[in-house]
Design a protein around this ligand. Structure first.
Ligand code: GUN
Length: 319
């Protein structure tokens, strides 16, 4: 009997308690909603939204991501296509191609799949996209608008994280949120949306947000995470978030996705959090893959439809 008690306690401690956030289901629901809206929009005589992806080179992961985006776009009724360009293309020719799409009145949204080859200046390329067609939200003007709490295109991955928090109904007002990873396209926009005032053109989540990055001391990362109600991790460091770092009942949103080889020699995609271990501590957790990723694709659809509606409004105002 004396032996059973600690075993029982141990087994209770190891029993998964977290609610698993089903990104595929949430994404399917959002995309069904967008599909219905687009059907209604087109039936009412408006132009069908149109998206073009530019893929430079043939990196297999980038090809897979772009294909997923194109398939999902077509499913919701967005006219979509990929412009495939060789990895040897010059910066000048790539900018010319972007300008062609900028000047095409039929196209509402343009995305350049990143990363681009080393000889291309990524910042200049992101800034070459027309601000109003920048459905990825990577143009410096759109980043500025986000920081200034003005309505803009929020980068799809960051928007997916914010939407997931809203959809699940996580209370963020005055809560502690730790963001791990400071990339301009993911960590920074998430951090910005988390701490911003909700009384804005772009309503924020009013959390107390802390940004950790590669130079945060390991002991500080542990301390911040242990006090966090929400942990959002986007570092690409498998196993960064360990169970002892998670406050009981906290929400973990895992944006990381890294291909690893298991000790058995199998190839596997994993997130930043020790998923199995954190299940027993967290209140909510996203699996990786199958959490944030599918919702990201849905957010790109949302941004593309938004661009289309914005252009329609601009055209009506010119009449
Ligand atoms: N590469 C990795 N993530 C993204 C993304 O969200 N958009 C684009 N354009 N490229 C990426």
């Amino acid at each position: 009997m004396r032996l059973l008690t600690p075993l029982k306690t141990l087994s209770r401690l190891l029993t998964p308690t977290a609610k698993i956030i089903d990104g595929k289901k949430i994404s399917a629901d959002i995309q069904n909603g967008i599909k219905e809206e687009i059907n209604g929009w087109v039936a009412a005589g408006h132009k069908r939204p149109a998206l073009r992806a530019i893929l430079v080179g043939d990196d297999p992961a980038s090809c897979t991501y772009v294909n997923k985006k194109m398939i999902a776009s077509r499913e919701v009724g967005i006219d979509s296509d990929t412009v495939r360009l060789p990895s040897t293309i010059s910066q000048e020719d790539l900018v010319k191609k972007i300008e062609e799409l900028n000047n095409d009145n039929n196209i509402d949204g343009i995305l350049i799949q990143l990363p681009v080859p080393d000889h291309i200046n990524e910042r200049e390329i992101c800034n070459a996209v027309h601000v109003d067609k920048d459905v990825d939200g990577f143009h410096v003007t759109n980043i500025g608008k986000l920081v200034a709490n003005q309505d803009t295109f929020i980068p799809a991955t960051s928007l997916a994280v914010i939407e997931l928090i809203r959809i699940i109904g996580i209370d963020t007002f005055g809560k502690r949120a730790v963001v791990c990873g400071r990339s301009k396209n993911v960590g920074l926009p998430i951090f910005q949306m988390l701490h911003a005032d909700y009384r804005n053109e772009l309503p924020g989540l009013e959390a107390t947000a802390i940004m950790c990055h590669r130079n945060t001391k390991p002991e500080d990362l542990v301390m911040y995470c242990q006090s966090a109600d929400i942990i959002i991790t986007a570092t690409g460091v498998p196993g960064l978030i360990k169970p002892h770092m998670v406050k009981e009942g906290a929400c973990i949103i895992d944006v990381g996705l890294t291909r690893i080889t298991t000790p058995e020699g199998k190839s596997k995609l994993v997130g930043d959090a020790d998923y199995e271990g954190c299940l027993a501590r967290a209140g909510y957790i996203t699996p990786a893959p199958g959490g944030v990723g599918p919702v990201t694709v849905a957010m790109l659809m949302k941004n593309t439809f938004k661009a289309c509606k914005n252009f329609d409004r601009q055209r009506s105002n010119q009449k």
